[in-house]
Design a protein around this ligand. Structure first.
Ligand code: PHE
Length: 444
């Protein structure tokens, strides 16, 4: 395997890593996916399953991905081969292709977000659901959708081409605190809405035990957990390859997962009150885009000037969250090309950006295609990747996994616990989730 793994850059500090990794995790998935999936699957049952999956399954996956990246000190395409030989090249290839699949349509949704922000600032928002349909039609079709897609890709490319420290780390260092401040302010504002209490109840208390057995809810919870934490496609492998040997991987992963889950829940505390106050419950669960681009603009559009200010804050927040995620999606294939072919960063960035622009055109022009690409790349493939990575670190290269846990200097109990979870608990549970998800996907 001819590789030209160059001298790797490193994060300037642990905080730099945490903010970048949390930047990747916190994204449209938290704001858009969480709300609509929660409302599809009976609210609280989904939230409970999601939290359980994060705690039991995703944390071991997270640590396994980071251990893979830091041990190999290579990008995702080459990391599995470096640790276990040529037979594992397909895993590297999966980790190369999956982020490209997500990035190709993620920028389309970012384009809608930018367009909605633009409307909130300059033209106003729809005031009822009929107007909302027309509004959504206008932001998601024609030349504006291609422009939004292109703009988002170019912005992402500019950041990634500046590198790890000067690009990704610098941007996330400024953006993440701004994001947290906006989300807290919006969650406080949402308490003042007349439907706030109804919203919280629907979100957290409406518990239907049957939902726990509903394949759609199970698939939604798995998908949301993996998508929202950016797991199963090599993001954390790549980001951890820029960490120094001293960092404590389990601690970092708990930090990032907590931040992400917190933001997901807070987003629910904003979206559900808006939706219930303005009687939009049906619109939110009707379609994948319903939550963010139909109910929220309509709810806020019918709330006068204050609503418009909130809309500006909300969609600015969404765009900030999205861009720190899309840089991570681009960084994975970019660093792979750099390592494999010795390309310069700029060359890799622009080559892949061009590819993503072309690959995203079908999703930009057709919502069904976007939905299908999302269910495959943003759904089952992530769960499959999570399964493979725990199997790989737990069973194929357990010695390397051990090395990374030792270097992390976690106690003996944590080490044992993580090894046990990575070998015996995570793979079968993820396998089960994958089985249900594929079954449910075929049905729909
Ligand atoms: N986690 C991001 C979000 O919630 C999306 C993402 C998925 C980013 C997978 C990278 C990898 O929006």
């Amino acid at each position: 395997m001819d590789s030209k793994i160059s001298q790797r850059e490193q994060w300037t500090s642990k905080l730099g890593f945490i903010l970048a990794a949390a930047g990747s995790a916190v994204g449209l998935g938290n704001l858009w996916g969480f709300a609509y999936r929660a409302s599809q699957g009976g609210g609280a049952a989904f939230v409970l399953l999601y939290v359980l999956i994060v705690l039991i399954v995703c944390l071991p996956v997270f640590v396994a991905e980071m251990a893979l990246g830091r041990n190999a000190m290579a990008s995702t395409l080459l990391a599995p081969v470096k640790l276990a030989g040529k037979n594992w090249y397909p895993l590297g290839i999966l980790f190369f292709i999956a982020p490209l699949g997500i990035a190709s349509y993620y920028s389309v949704i970012m384009g809608w977000t930018a367009d909605t922000l633009f409307h909130s600032l300059f033209f106003g928002l729809p005031k009822n659901l009929t107007e909302a349909e027309t509004f959504f039609g206008s932001i998601s079709s024609g030349s504006s959708v291609l422009l939004g897609h292109l703009l988002s890709l170019v912005l992402t490319a500019i950041i990634v081409s500046s590198g790890i420290k000067k690009g990704i780390e610098k941007v996330t260092r400024y953006f993440m605190p701004i994001l947290f401040i906006i989300i807290v302010i919006l969650a406080i504002w949402a308490t003042s809405l007349s439907g706030a209490w109804e919203g919280y109840k629907t979100f957290l208390l409406k518990f239907d035990f049957n939902e726990l057995r509903n394949p759609q809810t199970i698939r939604n919870a798995f998908t949301q957990a993996f998508f929202s934490l950016s797991l199963g496609i090599g993001i954390m492998v790549t980001y951890a390859s820029y960490l120094n040997k001293k960092s404590n991987l389990p601690k970092l992963s708990v930090g990032v997962a907590s931040l992400d889950t917190l933001v997901g829940l807070m987003a629910g505390f904003i979206t559900f009150p808006i939706v219930l106050t303005f009687g939009l419950s049906d619109a939110i669960s009707e379609s994948t885009v319903g939550a963010l681009f139909i109910s929220i603009p309509t709810g806020l559009g019918s709330y006068g000037a204050a609503g418009r200010i909130v809309a500006v804050a909300f969609f600015a927040l969404a765009y900030i969250a999205a861009i720190t995620s899309s840089v991570s999606l681009l960084e994975v294939p970019v660093s792979s090309l750099m390592d494999k072919f010795g390309f310069k960063r700029e060359k890799s960035v622009w080559l892949i950006t061009l590819f993503l622009f072309l690959a995203g055109i079908p999703s930009a022009l057709n919502l069904n295609i976007l939905g299908t690409v999302d269910s495959i790349f943003g759904g089952v493939l992530l769960i499959f990747g999570g399964f493979l990575v725990t199997f790989f670190m737990g069973w194929v290269v357990p010695g390397k996994f051990n090395e990374e846990l030792n270097d992390s200097k976690v106690g003996i109990k944590t080490t044992r616990y993580l090894k046990f979870m990575t070998r015996w608990i995570a793979p079968p549970i993820i396998g089960f989730g994958l089985f249900i998800s594929v079954f449910d996907l075929m049905k729909s």
